[in-house]
Design a protein around this ligand. Structure first.
Ligand code: CA
Ligand code: CA
Length: 265
């Protein structure tokens, strides 16, 4: 079953697994012109869209423009397929999204954006998306196997491991890709199909702990939404230090790992 989130609502979807779902757009989930949305602690796997967004498509219509933004975090996209945006597709101007703690692996697009495609239609409004503490690795597409910025879209990337780096992304002439601090282009050394990081992974203790978003979905059920998100994508502690691994990231305590899965020991 796929889930569609319509105009005008503020949607919170958390702690869910979307397996083998199919749709024209948004194989697992489609968010269409919602007031805003939080999607966290989810897994999209084996979902197929014949159009856009194999796992998830989020789209801001002109009058319902995700005014309160999209926060998509601590979520895995594994082995999804689409024409554009094999894992995730964000479209139209005025979409503002924060993407944090995501892992994309094995997603494919037949046209562009194997992991992530951002498509802005309405000049001069460009969408603005911030991608932080994430891993995009082992995804495929003829153009932009990890990232495609189509028509007009701005994306910033920080403390993320992206195969092929900035030069591997497709960036259309009116789009901008800002490659900021802390990024890697190194094999994340997943040790299993859950995308757990192997102990030799360069992504361990390599993120920026200050970027952990607020727990707006209250994933730990303590009715405190202003604290930082306590869990990774599968409910393990989010901030864990691995003493044997040098801390290459940033933070005042344990350093977050890149991706959706925190190495626990
Ligand atoms: Ca860590
Ligand atoms: Ca460490």
């Amino acid at each position: 079953m796929s889930v569609g989130l319509p105009h005008g609502v503020f949607a919170v979807v958390t702690d869910s697994i979307f397996v083998g779902c199919t749709a024209v757009d948004g194989g697992g989930m489609r968010i269409e012109g919602s007031r805003g949305a939080v999607v966290s602690h989810c897994t999209f796997t084996g979902c197929v869209a014949t159009g856009k967004g194999g796992g998830l498509k989020a789209y801001s219509a002109v009058t319902h423009a995700l005014d309160e933004g999209l926060c998509l975090h601590e979520t895995r996209f594994i082995g999804n397929q689409a024409d554009v945006g094999g894992g995730l597709h964000l479209s139209h101007g005025k979409t503002e999204a924060l993407l944090h703690g995501l892992t994309f692996n094995g997603n494919s697009a037949s046209t562009a954006g194997g992991a992530l495609a951002c498509h802005g239609n309405f000049n001069p409004f460009s969408g603005l998306v911030q991608l932080r503490n994430s891993i995009l690795w082992g995804n495929t597409a003829p153009s932009g196997p990890e990232i495609a910025l189509l028509v007009t879209f701005d994306l910033t990337v920080e403390y993320s491991d992206v195969q092929g780096g900035a030069s591997g992304a497709r960036v259309d002439p009116n789009s901008q890709l800002a490659w900021l601090q802390g990024n890697l282009d190194l094999d994340p050394r997943f040790e299993n199909a859950h995308m757990t990081l192997g102990l030799s992974s360069p992504c361990i203790d390599a993120g920026n702990s200050f970027y952990v978003p607020e727990d707006r979905a209250d994933i730990d059920g303590d009715r405190i939404v202003g604290e930082s998100v306590p869990y990774d994508a599968v409910g393990q502690m989010r901030l864990v230090d691995i003493p044997a691994v040098p801390d290459t990231g940033v933070g005042s305590g344990p350093i977050i790992d890149m991706g959706a899965m925190e190495r626990q020991q």
